[in-house]
Design a protein around this ligand. Sequence first.
Ligand code: ADP
Length: 336
Amino acid sequence: MFHKSSVKLAGLYLAVMMAISAFFSLTVYQLSTQEFDRVLRRPVPVQGQGFEGGMGPRYIARLEDNRLEELRIARSRVLMRLIIINLVILMGGGLLSYYLAQRTLRPIEKAHEALERFTADASHELRTPIAAMQNEIEVALMDPQLTLKDAKQQLQSNLEELAKLTMLSEGLLRLAQLSNDKIVFKKLSAKTIIEDAISHVLRRAEQKNILLETSKIKDAKFMGDKSSMAEAVVVLLDNAIKYSSSNSTVSVRVFEKAKTVNIAIKDKGMGIKATQLPHIFERFYRADAARAKQESGGYGIGLSIAKTITDLHGGSISVKSTPGKGSTFTVHLPKA
Ligand code: ADP
């Protein structure tokens, strides 16, 4: 599809190029023709040296013929050269147009590929729990000895799958919203953002008896949107809790550098392998260790949401991780 479009666009570029070239060639040809005619209208130099004596009307006529012949040759030479120049422009311009058309369409092609990949991944993720639910329901319906207790268990399991589907669709919706979002920047306090985020994850931390350590929080200021920034911090805190074992500690630290306000979230959890680190911000990516841990139940969308939000704030997220020891995710934001 993109090859066809490149050819079409190249054709369009070439047509414009050839129209301009033809216009200039015609102008040059007309101007030179006018110039030749002007020369032709000038009287033959009969008074000059070498014309005196023995110079009759026949001689002058022959001279005039010669001049006409020379002008005709000069005119056709100009025409020939213009044709050659136009042919060269046609060939060179054709190649150049194709190259330019490909360059123009490449970003669109990339965006299209990303969208296709995203749609395929999203439908795969949606299909898996739906197929699991369908299978379970069919098996239950075919079981003649199905008791009320079994049916309730079945419904409970379906409810869990539905909760996952809701989480997935909400995540997808949020990603779609973020790609169209315009951030309304306000001066924010890192401390307020972290307190807000902690209130969202406190119950989950308590359930695993994880201590949230917040003694090193500097009240630095940065520009941003309060709720989306808190959302990004919630993702990081949530992961730190999710991928840590019970009774451990997650610490949050805020520190300033020359140009940035930094929020670091450190856990003593399972960590991430170096080979998997470059991929964790990709949509739907889950490291093997996280996949194996069924109860964590994510879809690999959280970090891409956090990264998109940070990018929208002109910041970045960096990670340091040692498998088996823990990870530190740091959000770097430009200072207010
Ligand atoms: P998920 O819903 O799977 O948590 P995320 O996008 O938030 O999706 O994270 C992507 C992957 O990065 C996770 O599946 C996990 O493998 C890894 N990861 C993220 N945060 C941590 C962490 N604090 N400790 C260990 N692994 C993590």
